[in-house]
Design a protein around this ligand. Structure first.
Ligand code: FAD
Length: 311
């Protein structure tokens, strides 16, 4: 098997990894990005049609799919090798093993992102395997005419609800707390879509049905009342967990939420291994992923080229 030699290898081709590749390439570092699923990360996989409203430089918004395309083009134009392959092993010395490809790097940048967390509802795993429980909404049209329960109260849950508006027959948002965590929120009740119900202080206890999802058993956390909401599908938006399994053996320091601990230059506890984006950031946003990528590229440059002016 051919072994490729790079200055920098980046694991993950989402906003963080592709931006790091663009910044490294512009510094003439020989750079590769490995992507095991789809270029653009969450933006392409979870919500390509979503309008991103909070990315500076796009004041009228930009579709997630288009933004992902720009990140991809930026990495390509900066001269990075974009390798479609999942990384299976990373050694502390910078040896990277993927299916059919091996590479060495002077600096490794981890940009593996995060995965949707389970909500631990009875029946969730069984129906997730059979289709009926989902963790993302890549194509809202799939839910046309359906009754959908969305579990969660953060930005992702609210974003799912908004994208299903006018498509799903009825959407019920259920959240354990007394208020939503989302910073976007909904219009006042009178102005809301009539097909939206919001259940606060309520827990989704069990997904009901035999062959397919037929409803969700709820518990009112105030008075303990149990009631069922008819549903054809459940979308879980219970937060995200960093993808750290790949490099568990590297012994990187992680915090209580499983996020890789870094300093302001994205250095981890292991020399020449940096981490950027959702895998390490408490603030999971595109702009923070991009900003961290810029810092990591600078750190990689200083490590590899050791310029006289940095001494
Ligand atoms: C539904 C939803 C809506 C959102 N909306 C917004 C928004 O409007 N504005 C905003 O600022 N943020 C938004 N976010 C957050 C934003 O998408 C993330 O912060 C951003 O995508 C993080 O980029 P990343 O590159 O770190 O991770 P990701 O986008 O998760 O990309 C990581 C990539 O690494 C790859 N990977 C993982 N392991 C390996 C491996 N072993 N080998 C090779 N590749 C690997 C994955 O396949 C993935 O493509 C949203 C998130 C969600 C879930």
């Amino acid at each position: 098997m051919e072994e490729k030699k790079y200055d920098v290898v980046i694991v993950g081709g989402g906003p963080a990894g592709l931006s790091a590749a663009a910044f490294c390439g512009r510094k003439f570092l020989r750079t590769a990005v490995f992507e095991g699923d789809c270029w653009g990360g969450i933006l392409t996989r979870c919500c390509p049609d979503k309008r991103i409203d909070n990315y500076p430089g796009a004041p009228r918004g930009i579709s997630a799919g288009d933004l992902a395309g720009l990140f991809f083009d930026g990495a390509l134009e900066a001269g990075a090798d974009l390798i479609e392959c999942a990384v299976e092993e990373i050694s502390p010395e910078g040896r990277i093993r993927a299916t059919n490809v091996e590479a060495t790097a002077k600096v490794v940048i981890l940009a593996c992102g995060s995965a949707a967390a389970e909500a631990n509802i009875r029946g969730e795993r069984e129906f997730a395997g059979r289709g009926g429980v989902y963790y993302m909404v890549p194509d809202p049209a799939r839910f046309r005419g359906k009754r959908v329960v969305v579990v969660g109260g953060g930005d992702t849950a609210v974003s799912h609800v908004q994208r299903l508006d006018g498509i799903a027959d009825r959407v019920t948002l259920v959240h354990r707390q007394a208020g939503l965590r989302s910073q976007h929120g909904f219009p006042e009740p009178a102005a809301r879509s009539r097909s939206l119900d919001i259940l606060l202080c309520t827990a989704a206890e069990e997904i009901l049905g035999s062959e397919r999802v037929e409803g969700v058993r709820m518990k009112d956390l105030g008075d303990g009342r149990i009631f069922d909401v008819p549903a054809d599908a459940v979308i879980v938006a219970a937060g995200r967990v960093p993808n750290t399994t790949l490099f568990r053996d590297l012994g990187l320091r992680v915090d209580s939420k499983g996020q890789v601990v870094t300093d302001a230059w994205q250095k981890t506890s292991t020399a020449r291994i940096l981490a950027v984006g959702d895998v390490s950031s408490p603030l999971k946003m595109i702009i923070t992923a991009v900003a961290q990528a810029a810092a990591a590229a600078q750190e990689a440059y200083l490590e590899i080229r050791a310029p006289y002016w940095a001494a």
